[in-house]
Design a protein around this ligand. Structure first.
Ligand code: IMP
Ligand code: MG
Length: 186
């Protein structure tokens, strides 16, 4: 048993255990394997939050596939007109004619993925779908839903399994709700 007491003291409760996550990720991998069989899809990991999910999900994909990585941040609406996404690290290869599977940690307002899929859409992929481990549908600000979703979660701030608060907690193997006093303190 690893001793993560410093980190774990900041967690109010475990929302999704390692076991629950692993079982659901396996199911999602099996579903994607059926739906993308023979299509050699390009799985795109959205850094950094999706890193563990991407790693586990792709290992449950059973046919030929390729991987690429992208880092993005949404522009502040006050700075730039609505609908822009800032690319911090772009894909290495063109997506034209490819079946693109965007893998993200969580859909919240939906703005990031809405903007990103519009941007990737201009590069003429054969198809583009979104896979999110978590979805907070109550917070949506635009008309978008993940094509594949691991779990719908309540409107609470969650960390772990790649998700962070101020860069921390990504290394927790489960997903937990962060204690409010942690973000009030920092
Ligand atoms: P959206 O554009 O509001 O959908 O933003 C989604 C992004 O916000 C995710 O990729 C996360 O980086 C971040 N985010 C939203 N909710 C949470 C949360 O509960 N914990 C950690 N990050 C979150
Ligand atoms: Mg993110």
């Amino acid at each position: 048993m690893l001793n993560r007491m410093g980190l774990e003291n900041d967690i109010k409760y475990v929302l999704l255990s390692e076991k629950q996550i692993a079982a659901r990720v396996k199911e999602m991998g099996e579903q994607l394997s059926r739906e993308y069989a023979g299509k050699n899809p390009l799985f795109v990991c959205i850094l950094r939050g999706a890193v563990h999910f991407f790693s586990d999900l792709t290992r449950c994909f059973t046919d030929y596939m390729e991987m690429d990585f992208m880092a993005i941040s949404s522009y502040d609406d006050k700075m730039v007109s609505h609908g822009m996404v800032k690319i911090k690290k772009d894909l290495d290869a063109p997506v034209e004619g490819r079946h693109v599977v965007v893998v993200e940690d969580i859909m919240d307002s939906g703005n990031t993925l809405n903007n990103l899929t519009r941007l990737l859409g201009t590069r003429n992929p054969a198809s583009i779908k979104i896979v999110c481990l978590l979805d907070k549908p109550s917070r949506r600000e635009c008309e978008i839903t993940p094509d594949y979703c691991g779990f719908a979660v309540p409107d609470e701030f969650v960390v772990g399994y790649g998700l962070d608060y101020a860069g921390a907690y990504r290394n927790l193997p489960y997903i937990g709700v962060l204690k409010e006093e942690v973000y009030k303190e920092k």
